[in-house]
Design a protein. Sequence first.
Length: 289
Amino acid sequence: MTRTPTALTWTFTSDLGAFLHRAETFLRSRPALHTVPLTVTDALRRDGLGLYGDEPPVFGVLQQDGAVRAACFRTPPHRPYLTALGPAGADALAAHLADEGRPLPGVFADHATAAAFAGAWHRRTGVLADLVERKRLYRLDTLTVPHPAPPGRPRVATAGDREQVARWYAEFHATTGGSPGRDPGAWADARIAHGGVTFWETPDGTPVSLAGLLPMVAGQVRVAPVYTPEPLRGHGYAGAVTAEVSRAARAQGAREVLLFTDLANRTSNGLYQRIGYRAVADFAVYDFA
């Protein structure tokens, strides 16, 4: 006799430990596609639940017959992030969140999931969704270091570089049209503490480009951000520093080295492909009016 599957059921908590008890094995089962929840929950576990905002984070798990099918989280005031969902799961999530009566700023997920949730949210609330960014997740294959390299050398940022790291972090977000997820000074302190910022500097020691590395979680490391001030672009600095942090991640033992790009930026997409990154999946960011 064929057993009928039980209904998909969302459960929610503000307890990070309870969420990870249910969802961590699921998240670690696909570390590349789950890089965002893996790195965010790792940061929250390490630095505290107030890391991204004053309101407590909310975590959700979608289960069926005791098995985890998907997960989501939100660190207010930022958009919720969803792992891959089918239409039924997306509609059930939209129904629950709409019943709470709290507005959402948007959604970030793989392209199909983001579109499904945006449509479900519109049906439930009447709120329109605006596709504001299309991202592509890349994974490093064979690293190809740019040759010839631009003049200069890589250097891991230290505490003495705090002001510049913080300023460039803020400038990066201003340039890409977003807002920093954290206070720039606190972000700089945290990244510098684990050696997670590398400069490319000219022969006289002037930093001209920056690339960051998040801590390794579940064998994956994500490169973020990569930033070169506009007057210094076009000299190969970003490619050189990205290749260096990619090499460093592999040297640390990372099985997967990942990064996101804005698909509207043809220059960065071409650059990362030239140094050995290959597409994994497309993601989308929607804003809700």
